[in-house]
Design a protein around this ligand. Structure first.
Ligand SMILES: [Zn+2]
Length: 293
């Protein structure tokens, strides 16, 4: 009997995982990608928004709430990008660890310097983001800062493995620096583009290209026929080398505009997983800059 009990206990010990993994819930695929590079086998990551979805238009679903209930760390883009689903998700999760102000609530935008902050906002301006432009992930400069902040959060949540996360950060930073020096050599400086949405402002800053006009008259609001005809008239004089958009933003309008102006329409991959082969943030940046080139 005693022997049986011992072997039973032994089986129990052997089948119990050596260490519980940290549960990360990330809103967007790129957040999951960076968190994965830092956490590796010490974390379990659930990404809420699919690469095929428009993060501006997401609603909280029961499966998302369930995932948030078990999260040790909730990592999100911030700057109001997830305003349509995140507050209700956090509240409905009844998970004390991820409530605002708690250490498990990680707004990744706190680590970057947001551009285009607005002093005063009213509805007439469209779906603007007063806290600053929330599309900051297509920038190695921003990602270095976010990765450092994430590492702090991981080390705080799981102090036993803090040195593991810091070592992963060091190798991630090394990779980013190496890639950044390659990316900086892509000749985008001085290039001009028209964009559908204010989605490319950070890479424009980093790599020296310019967005000379927008297909959206106001953010989040489809353009009027009047605005489109104005764009057709000005596009040729603008010196733009293409019209940029993403898979979920105004493909139809951009295609029509391209036909009328003779400019190329360029569908830029917007997040990890949005096209074949884009399996992490590095591959995303490679694909984005290649599409601009
Ligand atoms: Zn936006």
């Amino acid at each position: 009997m005693k022997k049986l009990l011992i072997s039973f206990l032994l089986v129990l010990v052997l089948t119990t995982p050596a260490a519980a993994k940290i549960n990360i819930v990330a809103t967007l695929p790129w957040i999951g990608s960076i968190a994965n590079d830092l956490g590796k086998d010490k974390v379990k990551i659930k990404v809420l928004v699919k690469p095929s979805q428009d993060p501006h238009q997401i609603e909280a679903k029961p499966g998302m709430i369930l995932a948030a209930r078990n999260a040790d760390l909730l990592m999100y883009n911030g700057l109001d990008l997830e305003i349509g689903f995140l507050p209700i998700l956090i509240e409905s999760s009844r998970n004390n660890r991820i409530q605002p102000g708690k250490s498990g609530n990680l707004d990744c935008s706190q680590f970057i310097n947001a551009i285009e902050k607005l002093e005063a906002v009213d509805r007439s301006m469209g779906d603007v983001h007063p806290l600053g432009n929330p599309h900051y992930h297509l920038s190695a400069r921003n990602m270095m800062l976010v990765a450092r902040g994430m590492t702090q959060a991981l080390a705080g949540t799981d102090p036993e493995n803090a040195s593991f996360y810091r070592a992963n950060l060091a190798s991630l930073e090394g990779r980013m620096q190496k890639k950044q020096s390659q990316w900086s050599k892509i000749p985008l400086r001085g290039r001009k583009y028209i964009a559908y949405h204010k989605f490319f402002e950070y890479p424009a800053r980093d790599y020296g290209f310019q967005i000379v006009d927008y297909v959206e008259e106001k953010p989040g609001i489809p353009p009027s026929a009047r605005h489109i005809s104005k764009l057709i008239a000005s596009a040729k004089r603008s010196g733009a080398s293409g019209i940029l958009t993403t898979a979920y933003h105004g493909k139809k309008e951009v295609h029509a505009l391209a036909q009328k102006t003779g400019l190329r329409s360029i569908i830029v991959p917007h997040d990890v997983g949005s096209a074949a082969g884009i399996n992490d943030w590095f591959a995303l940046m490679d694909a984005v800059l290649k599409s601009l080139e």
